[in-house]
Design a protein around this ligand. Structure first.
Ligand code: GMT
Length: 376
């Protein structure tokens, strides 16, 4: 099929899912066109099956806010017409679903019919989309998509609670290319570069937004360190990084906490991680946790949003109430203090990710694209 993909081309989970999906579809022989304002960070190859079209915004001094939606929907129309695209798969409702609706209407005027699949990722619903400023437009664009998917049962329920949704929402979980993580394990894991043999390694990966509660990560690690020699790897960039660094200094653990910035080498970093920390205020799914588990890492997380659909209590890790740093530290220690227990959790975590493999999820999306033509 000929598919257009619209997403945020950054390190955020929705952009990662969209990019991995596009690359996998192209590998399977579909023709995929990314329509975004920058080349997505994980888009590491282009071919005659895989294209990237940049949405360029003309800055005009009169506008305090540049009209991105207009540029995006115009670009969608241009690319659908030029390459005969059948489906536009937009990731993140704001403003992509809205721009896709406009593109569809403009194409209809020209006698062309493109189908719109909208995937809801979480913050477009839970944090931003339901705000009165956007709610009307978000609800409208969801209800006017041909197919709507959400990345967890919890996100589907939340969307139905927050909006008046007339469309059935299909749940399609986040996925991972399990082979990528197996290969990272086959390569040499340079664990010794970061920790002594007797030290455990804990890792946190996010965009350091307030919703990730990175200060809780530091507090949990400080408690763990009281009982177990360990190092903490903080991967990512974002507004809360300064606070987290400051807290690490105050708690006198700064020498054992490494802020490594954004990375496209996530699989390599995770291959020497023992416990992954994700104390988020909410996660519609928690792709970062799934990636950690695929690399054979147990997960200590909150029990918010869709996290209980990914991290299984007492099997792949533990889940605690939001902000219960003490419980999360206690759980991490219980896994880390014993080699055999740690190994069991790691194995369970890896095993559990098989159901979220690319091979399982990719055909679901392909079926959705085909089915678009049956739904009206
Ligand atoms: O939370 C992030 O780091 C980014 C965010 C986004 O909007 O890109 O991720 C959301 O989508 C991911 C992919 O579906 C989910 O795995 C994340 O859980 C979700 N984040 C939140 O719900 C906070």
């Amino acid at each position: 099929m000929k598919i257009g993909i619209v997403c945020y081309p950054t390190f955020g989970g929705s952009g990662v899912v969209a990019t991995e999906l596009g690359m996998a579809l192209a590998n399977k022989g579909h023709e995929v066109h990314f329509i975004t304002y920058n080349q997505p960070v994980r888009l590491d190859f282009l071919s005659h099956q895989l294209h990237f079209h940049q949405v360029v915004i003309e800055e005009y001094p009169l506008f305090e806010y540049q009209p991105y939606e207009l540029a995006l929907s115009s670009k969608m129309v241009e690319i659908v017409r030029k390459y005969d695209l059948e489906v536009l798969h937009v990731h993140y409702a704001i403003p992509h679903a809205y721009a896709a609706f406009m593109a569809k209407q403009m194409l209809r005027e020209k006698g062309l019919d493109v189908r719109v699949v909208t995937t809801l990722h979480g913050t477009d619903i839970t944090l931003v989309g339901s705000h009165p400023t956007y709610k009307t437009a978000v609800e409208f664009s969801i209800n006017n998509s041909d197919v709507v998917t959400a990345v967890s049962n919890n996100l589907k329920e939340t969307t139905n609670k927050l909006f008046n949704i007339t469309k059935n929402i299909q749940v399609v979980y986040n996925f991972i290319d399990t082979e990528k993580y197996d290969n990272a394990h086959k390569e040499e894991c340079k664990r010794s570069a970061l920790a002594k043999p007797n030290e455990r390694i804990l890792t946190h990966i996010s965009n350091f937004r307030p919703v990730k509660r990175v200060e809780d990560v530091i507090k949990i690690f400080a408690e763990v360190k009281k009982e177990i020699p360990a190092k903490l790897l903080m991967i990512g960039e974002g507004p809360e990084k300064i606070k987290a660094k400051k807290l690490a200094k105050e708690l006198k653990i700064a020498d054992d906490v490494f802020f490594l910035g954004n990375s496209t080498e996530v699989a390599k970093i995770l291959c020497y991680t023992d416990v992954f920390l994700l104390p988020s205020q909410t996660e519609s799914f928690g792709l970062a946790a799934l990636e950690a588990m695929a690399a054979g890492t147990s997960v200590i997380s909150t029990n918010t949003g869709g996290l209980p659909e990914v991290n299984i209590q007492g099997k792949t890790g533990y889940l605690s109430n939001l902000g219960d740093v003490e419980d999360m530290a206690k759980n991490a220690i219980s896994i880390l203090k014993d080699d055999a227990i740690l190994e069991k959790f790691k194995q369970n975590a890896k095993e559990h990710t098989k159901q979220f493999s690319l091979e399982n999820i990719l055909p679901v999306y392909e079926e959705i694209y085909k089915s678009c033509y049956k739904v009206k």
